[in-house]
Write a protein that binds this ligand. Sequence first.
Ligand code: ZN
Length: 254
Amino acid sequence: MTETALRVIVWNENVHERQNEEVRAVYPNGIHEAIAAGLREHLGEQAVVRTATLDQPEHGLTDDVLESTDVLTWWGHLAHDQVSDVVVDRVHRRVLNGMGLVVLHSGHESKIFRRLMGTTCALLWREADDREVVWTVNPAHPIAAGVPHPFIIPRQEMYGEFFDIPQPDELVFISSFTGGEVFRSGCCYTRGWGRVFYFSPGHETFPVYYQPEVRRIIANGVRWAYRTNAQRSQTYRPTPLSIGWYEGKAGEQV
Ligand code: ZN
């Protein structure tokens, strides 16, 4: 690992895996370990990938941990309400200051994603072994790099429109399903200095996070969401100014 390696935390509520045999059979070490393995596979020496889970003190997302995190990925479903508001506030502040956030699948209903979007983030869904076809609608976008157009996820939960999110700053993927529904499955946002990528494939009872195309997209999403120190907010706060304050101050940051 290099000294400048991208520092990633893969966060998972890790509840299904402990309660449900079917989920444990697909993700015996937890969904977070499958996601982390995909990131290590694609980012190699470029990244240090760690994991954190709900049951850890402060959900594994202490101030110190977040201060040394460049990009956070988020998977949750059953336990959104158990995520402490203090931790949500902390993650929110870090994103606005420039930490990247990659929100996966049912994370659409997480407190942090809804806070950042400002909408309900509700959608239509069906758990019935649909085939999902993922279509690239922005082939020049870095998150689409190396992703076949289209690619198929053989078994997946259906997520359908209307998806109550703000218009994405950049839409990278849409998906279609066996039932004919469509969904904006890869959406990019900027919030403050931070970048947020939402990617919907990844249901807990299907082996989606082992699929090479999905792993590539999540790794691309982490790379895209990464901001260098120079690209982040240093200290941004409301600042009172007098007329002419900028004379002779060109180039200095307020
Ligand atoms: Zn699901």
